[in-house]
Design a protein around this ligand. Structure first.
Ligand code: UGA
Length: 417
């Protein structure tokens, strides 16, 4: 927002994050974000504070807090969104616009519009489609903008204000759709459910490939050439994790149940199950490659983040596999270019080593579980010179089996012979 020329005040309850941001340090790893932050701070139109009363200086309020899965339930926890809206109330006027960005169960925007009704502020829901690792580009060059607005003049006023906020982005020809609240909320959940379905579809095909001796990477290339299907998000492997796809499909199932429409998304349970089976299958393949037992074997895991170019370890498939192997007696070492700090805080029982060569030294098996470029570019000869056993399991289907086998490695992968 600051890079688009707006004056921005960012508010958070976490004082450490506020201090880091004011010093020009993003509190998480995201390519390109640090530069934008420093430029915004130098320009003077970007500051961070924990003082909520500062919102009274602003005309537009974006609510971007998290909606994690509730402990012990499928539903999303919307208490942070509710608290953020409530904290705004005393500072709003009839010219304020409050824009929800958080991913919420359908019906939330309407409920919160009632909470703000007395203040006269307009409420809009403007779902967020950015991907971690591509967040800056996805934000500045989105493929669409969706405005979920309330009925009447307030809806139009909110849309006009947001058009002014996104003027530069709209001038690039970005499509923008105006919908009711419920549709905007569902666009977000439906999009993530579709993406999860695409990934689990190809992973289900990987199971069939394993049973029949076929190769899922060739299968994906071939079906992806039909542009009705498309090749994107058909990368078979260890499946999806992170703070969005897994919890969003579960929250969707929970919300559909409340609405009496649970049958409509019952298939998402299968999508979730296929995804979880890949983690177990990965462990089985690794154990097979080590002659049936992890006991006393040293296993090096390349990658801890749920995806490359991120330090986010929430529901990381790589760390799930690491823990499963550790519980089966394997001596596990995990390495990652950015996520070690977060990973070791979450799973202090695992061994973490930052340097790749050091992490590989003495390994009986190497598992590539997050496809950082550094790991895609590993040299089979060089890697062979430090490990104890030349066993490699490619959990993301990114290495060339021919090259690795020619160098004397046992190469195994999900969905490939
Ligand atoms: C996802 C959506 O892609 C964004 O559009 C959305 O805005 C975001 O959630 C959100 O709800 O905030 P993100 O979680 O950053 O973005 O990551 P993705 O790129 O969707 O990847 C999710 C997982 O799927 C990763 O673990 C990745 O390794 C896995 N994946 C992705 C596959 O296993 N195969 C693929 O072909 C693609």
């Amino acid at each position: 927002m600051a890079s688009l020329g707006h004056d921005v005040v960012g508010i958070d309850v976490d004082e450490d994050k506020i201090a880091a941001l004011n010093a020009g340090r993003p509190p998480f790893f995201e390519p390109g974000l640090g530069d934008l932050l420093i430029r915004g701070r130098e320009r003077g139109g970007l500051e961070f504070t924990s003082d909520v009363s500062r919102v009274s200086e602003a005309e537009v309020h974006f609510v971007c807090v998290g909606t994690p899965q509730k402990p012990g339930e499928f539903a999303a926890d919307v208490t942070y969104v509710d608290a953020a809206f409530e904290s705004l109330v005393p500072h709003l006027t009839s010219s304020s616009v409050v824009v929800g960005k958080s991913t919420v169960p359908v019906g939330t925007a309407q409920r919160l519009a009632v909470v703000l009704a007395e203040s006269g502020a307009a409420v809009m829901w403007n779902p967020e489609f950015l991907r971690e690792g591509h967040a800056v580009d996805d934000t500045l060059h989105p493929n669409r903008l969706v405005y979920g607005v309330g009925t009447g003049a307030d809806g139009q006023r909110a849309a006009d204000v947001l058009d002014a906020v996104y003027e530069t982005i709209l001038a690039d020809g970005t499509p923008r759709m105006i919908t009711d609240y419920a549709t905007a909320e569902l666009v977000k959940t439906a999009a993530n459910s579709f993406l999860a379905t695409k990934i689990s579809f190809i992973n289900a095909m990987a199971e069939l490939c394993e049973a029949s001796g076929a190769d899922v990477t060739l299968l994906a290339d071939a079906i992806g050439m039909d542009d009705r299907i498309g090749r994107k998000f058909l990368n078979a492997g260890l499946g999806f994790g992170g703070g969005c796809l897994p919890k969003d499909i579960r929250a969707f199932m929970a919300r559909a149940g409340e609405l009496g429409a649970d049958q409509a998304v019952a298939f998402l349970k299968e999508i979730d199950a296929i995804n979880m089976r890949r983690r177990v299958r990965m462990v089985d393949i690794a154990r097979e490659a080590l002659d049936g037992s992890f006991i006393g074997k040293r296993i090096t895991i390349l990658g801890a983040a749920f995806k490359p170019d991120s330090d986010d370890v929430r529901d990381s498939p790589a760390l799930a596999v690491a823990r499963l192997i550790a519980t089966q007696g394997g001596v596990v070492t995990v390495t990652d270019p950015e996520a070690i700090e977060n990973a070791s805080r979450m799973f202090p029982e695992l061994r973490f080593v930052a340097d790749t060569a050091e992490a590989l030294t003495g390994a009986d098996a190497v598992l590539l579980l997050t496809e950082w470029n550094e790991y895609r570019n590993l040299d089979p000869q060089e890697t062979a010179s430090v490990v104890a056993g030349k066993v490699l399991v490619d959990g993301r289907n990114v290495l060339d089996p021919v090259v690795w086998r020619d160098a004397g490695w046992t190469y195994r992968a999900l969905g490939r012979p």
